[in-house]
Design a protein around this ligand. Structure first.
Ligand code: EPU
Length: 337
């Protein structure tokens, strides 16, 4: 069933909490709802909003915001080794991670406490603590608004990369994700190589699904602001991927600069945008109700009064300071409208 809302304030539906008017917001449950909405209204300008954790409106929006409300979980297959599931787009990501941990299934635990809907996860291939959504996703099902048909892509066809997928490229403005299929494993597959994870898990009593989830939730809780308290969209910027020679030049000057290899791309190096912003002296800096979070410089926060335009303006300022100091261009991870 479709629900249509006219001229609503988007603030309660996006984690940045900025107040802007949206002309039309449509909640839909299934493909039939989308077919009937697209054939009756043929909207020229539309945007898909999941749980609103990675979107910044910078002005009032005169198009249509489409938002799924379907959240069923179905077990597709079970073997001695794995369980295949299909989960609808509006399901809450972290509730699903909790479900997988309760069932003793491995694969999602490092992605605990990420604020996201399931349908948004493949778009930017959410990732944290050495894991990415692409590691568990087997297929993504989407509604193609040109043909009005449902298409099911394999993991490979989604062309996942660091914070990237086909849904941010060719299928932007075309695909509306309806469901995601995932394969979770019965045998333990602990992935504890990132940062403090191992130490935190051992302090909790050793390696288990529940301890990994608990450790990661605690680490995130220490660094990342709760959007219910302070408006934010997690990492505002992507970690920049630069040519190896650029990284080497910077390492000569800043030997302790964090840097990471990029799988399959030997001439590229990933830098830590949080470190670059921090070293630019901006951690904790604030202006006009927007600031760089004091515990994690990758995160911009709304202290309550900022408009989306203020946040965007502040982000441009951060980008220019980093570019000036390091000659490295950082770019937003957040979708800006
Ligand atoms: N760093 C600083 N100062 C800061 C922040 C980071 O010096 O203010 C340094 C850290 O000391 C570390 C390096 O930068 O050496 C990397 O920091 P961290 O491990 O905190 O991770 P990140 O690269 O800043 C990425 C993801 C996060 C994810 C963490 C953990 C992106 C854009 N962000 O952050 O994802 O939780 O790794 O895996 O890739 C998100 O996408 O919303 C998000 C929070």
């Amino acid at each position: 069933m479709i629900h249509i809302y006219n001229n609503i304030n988007i603030a309660p539906r996006i984690s940045f909490g900025v107040h802007h008017q949206v002309k039309t917001l449509v909640e839909f449950e299934n493909v039939e709802d989308l077919r009937s909405y697209f054939s009756e209204h043929n909207p020229e300008k539309w945007y898909i909003l999941g749980a609103g954790n990675n979107t910044l409106f910078t002005h009032d929006y005169d198009g249509v915001v489409l938002t799924p409300v379907c959240r069923e979980l179905e077990v597709l297959a079970e073997t001695d080794d794995y369980v295949d599931i299909r989960v609808e787009a509006a399901a809450d990501w972290d509730t699903l991670v909790q479900w997988s941990v309760d069932k003793g299934l491995w694969g999602m635990e490092n992605l605990s406490a990420i604020p996201s809907s399931v349908g948004a996860a493949p778009v930017q291939n959410i990732g944290a603590y050495g894991a990415e959504a692409k590691d568990v996703i087997t297929h993504v099902e989407y509604f193609d608004c040109r043909t009005m048909n449902v298409v099911r892509l394999t993991n490979e066809e989604c062309r996942f990369a660091y914070r990237e997928s086909i849904f941010k490229q060719e299928l932007r403005g075309v695909a509306i994700i309806m469901a995601v299929e995932m394969r979770l494993w019965r045998a333990p597959k602990p992935n504890l190589g990132y940062g403090d994870v191992m130490r935190e898990v051992e302090a909790l009593g050793g390696v288990s699904l529940a301890n990994i989830r608990c450790a990661i939730t605690a680490i995130r809780g220490r660094k990342l602001p709760d959007p219910k308290v302070l408006g934010n969209a997690g990492s505002f910027f992507k970690n920049p991927i630069v040519e190896r020679e650029v990284a080497e030049r910077l390492l000569d000057e800043y030997p302790s600069m964090p840097h990471y290899d990029v799988p399959g791309e030997p001439n590229k190096v990933k830098l830590a945008a949080g470190w670059l912003i921090d070293q630019s002296g901006l951690k904790g800096y604030r202006e006009h109700g927007v600031g760089v979070h004091e515990h994690q410089a990758l995160v911009l926060v709304n202290y309550g009064t900022a408009s989306g335009y203020d946040v965007k303006h502040f982000a441009d300022f951060v980008i220019s300071v980093v570019e000036h100091k390091f000659g490295v261009a950082i770019s937003p991870e957040v979708n800006i409208l």
